[in-house]
Design a protein around this ligand. Structure first.
Ligand code: AHG
Ligand code: MN
Ligand code: MN
Ligand code: MN
Length: 333
């Protein structure tokens, strides 16, 4: 039987890494692991517990929240708060920064930005969804974290980032800046077991992921790139294959393992793009770059964007290095 190495054992084996040195990040990651197990359990009962039904509340984005959005948000908040490592969070499902008042002390030196349930429109049709997290060290020394200094940091400053994909199996994929590692959840043991060590995204790919329903309003460069993907050319393995699930985590995870490109440009509905910089684009971009891929927003690297607002949206292009480099010819104004 294959030896199981749990996420906890993997971190202990890599204790020499500076990011784990004091054990606080380890404790933070284990609170995320716990939340993932709880959300996994509820997602697998969603149909029975009408968690997928809508809650009729709207979040700040004007999206109708479904019960699982709210359940996942509360679960991550509770587990993060309980571990005394985090002084505050930003969440897609919270209008403003949430501070953990008990932890306004020097020990709680991290802030977490998260999308507690990504792809929630897919829940009631039993399609893969995810949770996404991004971790920074706070910049202000102690006390109540400050939005601008502590949360509006460029993605290059991330200490760790990752996602959980609740798919045919549940996986946790994360990086602390030393490669990307994937752990598959074994519910019978209640552990995340190392299954994909040091993931590298193929430099070339044959998959392009974009919601072509928005074609008429895409910038001309994107329209030309889509035509390029569809042309017949054996030399460059075209036409590429179109694959689009509508859950960022699921679309990205497939392209990470197989090679490919994901595009969410500006559209009529979302002139600045739909995806949120702080808790969707930055963490996915950190993973992509650590796996040898690229992530850009028009003519900037995602991780270098100086955030202006916690729910800021940006056009987002992420995937195989050669595909992103080729895309740049079409979108750099
Ligand atoms: P969320 O469910 O967290 O609001 O995110 C949904 C996002 C992302 O998961 C996905 O890539 C994108 O919405 C799909 O948007 P369209 O349905 O407009 O293609
Ligand atoms: Mn949403
Ligand atoms: Mn999302
Ligand atoms: Mn979400």
């Amino acid at each position: 039987m294959k030896k199981i190495k749990t996420l906890g054992e993997f971190i202990i084996d890599n204790q020499q890494e500076i990011s784990y040195a004091t054990g606080e990040l380890t404790s933070l990651l284990s609170s995320i692991k716990l939340a993932a197990k709880i959300v996994h359990r509820e997602i697998n009962k969603a149909g029975l517990l009408d968690l997928s039904s809508i809650n009729h509340n709207q979040n700040i984005h004007g999206e109708i929240q479904n019960n699982l959005d709210i359940f996942a948000n509360e679960t991550f908040k509770d587990t993060l708060k309980a571990r005394n490592q985090v002084c505050g969070i930003v969440s897609e499902e919270e209008d403003n920064v949430v501070t953990f008042d008990k932890q306004l002390n020097v020990e709680s030196k991290y802030v977490v930005l998260m999308d507690p349930l990504d792809g929630s429109s897919n829940i009631d049709v039993n399609v893969s969804v995810g949770s996404i997290f991004s971790i920074f060290k706070r910049k202000t020394p102690v006390g109540r974290p400050v939005e601008i200094e502590d949360f509006l940091q460029p993605g290059t400053k991330q200490v760790a980032a990752g996602y959980i994909i609740y798919g045919s199996s549940t996986m946790l994929v994360y990086t602390t800046g030393n490669g990307v590692h994937g752990f598959t959840y074994d519910p019978s043991l209640g552990v995340f077991a190392l299954s994909h060590e040091n993931i590298k995204i193929p430099t070339k790919g044959k998959i392009y992921s974009i919601n072509e329903g928005n074609y008429t309003k895409f910038p001309q460069g994107i329209k030309s790139y889509i035509k390029y993907c569809q042309e017949i050319d054996k030399q460059t393995s075209r036409p590429f294959t179109s694959r689009y699930i509508g859950s960022l985590v699921a679309d990205f995870h497939r392209n990470l393992l197989k090679g490919g490109i994901f595009l969410y440009p500006s559209t009529a509905t979302y002139p600045n793009g739909k995806l949120r910089l702080l808790y969707e684009c930055n963490p996915i971009a950190f993973i992509a770059e650590q796996a040898g891929g690229l992530a850009i927003s028009n003519n900037k690297n995602i991780l270098e964007i100086a955030p202006e607002e916690i729910h800021q949206r940006v056009p987002f292009f992420v995937g195989s290095k050669d595909m992103i480099s080729h895309l740049k010819k079409y979108i750099f104004d």
